[in-house]
Design a protein around this ligand. Structure first.
Ligand SMILES: NC(=O)c1ccc[n+]([C@@H]2O[C@H](COP(=O)([O-])OP(=O)(O)OC[C@H]3O[C@@H](n4cnc5c(N)ncnc54)[C@H](O)[C@@H]3O)[C@@H](O)[C@H]2O)c1
Ligand SMILES: [Zn+2]
Length: 679
């Protein structure tokens, strides 16, 4: 050891401090960490080691001597009567045993006889609550440990923060410390909403909790799924002091605070080690993040004897579990097709251990998320994994981007079935448009098709559909009607009689209504009501299939997104083929009377003749039908108009004789366009 510090060492220390100060600011003030915890911890250990070798380096403003970061200017400052400290860490059993030995000595007790209170280390934000005569009067963040931010109004919005204590017999003064955190379920939902609204997405529940607490508008905090769990009594009337920390926790429970259910009192450091192992096993099953276990000497008299060092109590230690965030590289991005056709980009990663599990895939949600992250193939990324939630990419280190990094583009065709990809404006998710055909969507499509309010196929339950799909007996809904009694009878738990019944159910289901049929197709966002609306408006399936987006949005209650879904569905050749196949299999419905109000050509009969140049004959027919007209093959006195193409013959003559209006193809096109009826 030397008293004079070599210049390179001083520079190295200064550099580490700068990096750590920046990281602290981003973590504690911005709630958007720039480093993973593992990287941060490595920098801190390096600085610690330097300071140990050169004690003259240690200054009061070194990050090793301080907690957190200076509070943000947005809130009034609060001085903590009792400082809010950090915790020393132990990363393995040896370090835990060393802790046991270290504290046993000044207490003049054998480490094996020492009582500990063991608790999960909730990964959220520390807060302090002050109660006077049972009423909540102040709430603050930890800040730099001495000075925190006054966030009383925000904390009052949390249901798990008692505004007044339960029961009676309250102390004059009570200061409670605890963690504000977010459960996985709440965090996912919050980020999902933020993604849809284009708002800030949080990297992990800890940042989400800290960020939500430090909103300047308490009504925003109120909407965030935050919980408070108490873990320490910092101040209490002398008369109410308890002998142990665990007795304090029991007192807090009586007064209405939540304490962690895993909390447990054990004797001896070996039992502490066992607790850490057991909690580690449970970690993935918990609905909230823990980054370790906190092990506290239980007797408060012992705590007082042990006291504090600069930034942490001597009487407690945090046993750290493997980090939930790691750095790795994205080798490729693949698109997976979900049961409803949704395309999810999945990052293929260089395998990495995250919280004890090897991770080689991580979800990227959708193209918006890829743009938000600014991710390319080849990038170095931060991956987060917690509980049994799917790992996700939460950050990209763009400064490490290689020159050959590749942009990620949406595929043009579904990787499962080759149908076109539908990406509707205003919707974040891209989808396979082959709803009736796509292997990935088969199961869901069939379940929906057979359901009671759709085709109502009695006896065709979910389990049976699974069997039919697994054995590849059915690929599209049309295949259902091709099933033979013998094939069905051979399925497990079927038999001749049930097979026969099922065949009868198919026969019965063949006669349906247009509304049910449209609903059964499973077009996105076309529920029963919309299906009925479409059936009544168009009257025939042909007319609906031919309707343009413009014609669709003209209908009351049909918005542009539904119109786009309908159009994309019928534009997909695979879907059209399946529909034709269904009709070939004998699916029918009675003619529908079209709503008068919605159909401009209602009650009119039109005739087409000659060769049409720009419109296919079928399209012209469908478009006219879509507008409510009947298209007939022959001219009579009842004919409203005749559309005459090139080389028109006898029908044109007859129309002239009967003085029926004669339209050119151009005029027809104009009419159709005027009503948006051309596809
Ligand atoms: N990634 C980054 O850039 C970055 C920056 C700063 C800090 N960090 C992370 O934060 C750690 C240091 O932060 P710290 O000083 O807040 O210490 P800490 O989080 O490791 O430990 C102290 C905190 O533990 C919490 N805690 C949870 N359960 C508890 C319980 N049952 N009893 C007592 N306390 C409990 C309290 O909030 C307390 O403030 C680093 O090791 C690193 O993981 C990361
Ligand atoms: Zn597909």
């Amino acid at each position: 050891m030397s008293a004079t510090i070599p210049a390179p060492i001083q520079e190295q220390a200064d550099d580490l401090r700068r990096q750590i100060d920046d990281a602290n600011h981003q973590y504690y003030v911005e709630d958007a960490p720039a480093l993973t915890d593992a990287e941060y911890d490595r920098l801190m250990r390096e600085l610690h080691a330097l300071e140990q070798d050169y004690p003259a380096l240690v200054t009061p403003d070194s990050p090793t001597q301080r907690v957190g970061a200076k509070p943000d200017a947005g809130f009034p400052e609060v001085e903590h009567a009792v400082p809010m400290l950090s915790l020393d860490n132990a990363f393995d059993e040896t370090e835990l045993r060393a802790f046991g030995t270290r504290i046993a000595k000044p207490l003049k007790i054998e480490a094996c006889a020492l009582e500990f209170c063991c608790e999960p280390k909730l990964d959220g934000a520390a807060v302090s609550l002050v109660y006077e005569r049972g009423q909540l009067v102040h709430g603050a963040t930890r800040g730099d440990g001495r000075t925190g931010e006054d966030i009383t109004s925000n904390l009052r919005t949390l249901r798990s923060v008692p505004l007044r204590l339960r029961g009676s017999d309250w102390p004059e003064l009570l200061e409670v410390r605890g963690e504000v955190y977010m459960r996985h379920s709440g965090f996912e939902a919050l980020n999902e909403r933020a993604r849809e609204a284009g708002d800030k997405v949080f990297a992990n529940p800890r940042n989400a909790a800290a960020g939500s607490l430090r909103q300047l508008d308490p009504s925003i905090t109120a909407t965030r799924p935050l919980e408070f769990c108490a873990y320490q009594v910092a101040r209490i009337d002398e008369a109410r002091e308890q002998p142990t920390h665990s007795a304090n926790m029991a007192l807090l429970r009586d007064w209405g605070f939540k304490t962690n259910p895993e909390l447990s009192v054990v004797t001896g450091i070996e039992a502490v080690i066992a607790f850490c192992a057991q909690l580690g096993e449970k970690r993935d099953g918990l609905d909230y993040d823990i980054d370790g276990a906190v092990l506290k000497v239980n007797a408060l008299s012992h705590q007082r004897t042990l006291g504090f060092v600069s930034r942490a109590p001597r009487w407690a230690i945090a046993f750290k579990y493997p980090a939930q965030e790691q750095i790795t590289r994205v080798r490729d991005v693949e698109f997976q097709v979900g049961r409803t056709g949704k395309l999810t980009p999945v990052a293929k990663l260089a395998p990495v251990q995250v919280a004890g599990v090897t991770v080689s895939n991580a979800t990227l949600h959708n193209m918006d998320e890829i743009r938000r992250l600014d991710l390319r193939i080849g990038d170095t990324v931060t991956v987060y994994r917690a509980g049994d939630v799917i790992p996700k990419v939460v950050g990209v280190q763009t400064d490490k981007r290689p020159n050959d990094a590749q942009a990620i583009t949406l595929p043009e065709a579904c990787p499962v079935c080759g149908s076109g990809i539908e990406q509707i404006e205003g919707e974040a998710d891209a989808r396979c448009s082959g709803g009736l055909y796509c292997g990935a969507q088969r199961r869901e499509a069939l379940k929906h098709f057979a359901s009671r309010r759709a085709m109502d196929i009695d006896g065709l339950g979910v389990k049976l559909i699974d069997q039919l799909v697994e054995r590849e007996l059915v690929k599209t809904p049309a295949d259902l009607f091709k099933l033979e009694c013998e094939t069905l009878a051979e399925l497990p738990r079927m038999g001749q009689k049930s097979a026969q019944n099922l065949i009868e159910s198919f026969d019965k289901a063949r006669s349906t209504t247009l509304a049910r049929f449209i609903y059964a197709l499973g077009v996105r966002e076309v529920g029963e009501t919309t299906a009925a609306l479409l059936a009544n408006h168009f009257g025939t399936l042909e007319a609906l299939m031919a309707a343009s987006e413009a014609a669709l949005v003209e209908i009351n209650d049909i918005g542009p997104i539904v119109a786009a879904h309908v159009r994309a569905f019928f534009d997909q050749p695979h879907n059209r083929e399946t529909i034709e196949d269904l009709i070939e299999q004998g699916v029918t419905w009675p003619v529908v009377e079209i709503d008068a109000v919605d159909a401009p050509l209602k009650g009119q009969t039109w005739v087409l003749t000659g060769t049409l140049e720009t419109l296919a004959r079928d399209d012209a027919k469908a478009a006219l039908t879509a507008l409510g007209a009947k298209v007939s093959g022959s001219v009579s006195k009842k004919t409203h108009a005749l559309v005459a193409g090139a080389a028109a013959g006898s029908k044109l003559d007859k129309a002239r004789t009967l003085e029926i209006p004669i339209w050119s193809e151009d005029e027809l096109v104009q009419l159709l366009d005027q009503h948006g009826a051309r596809s």
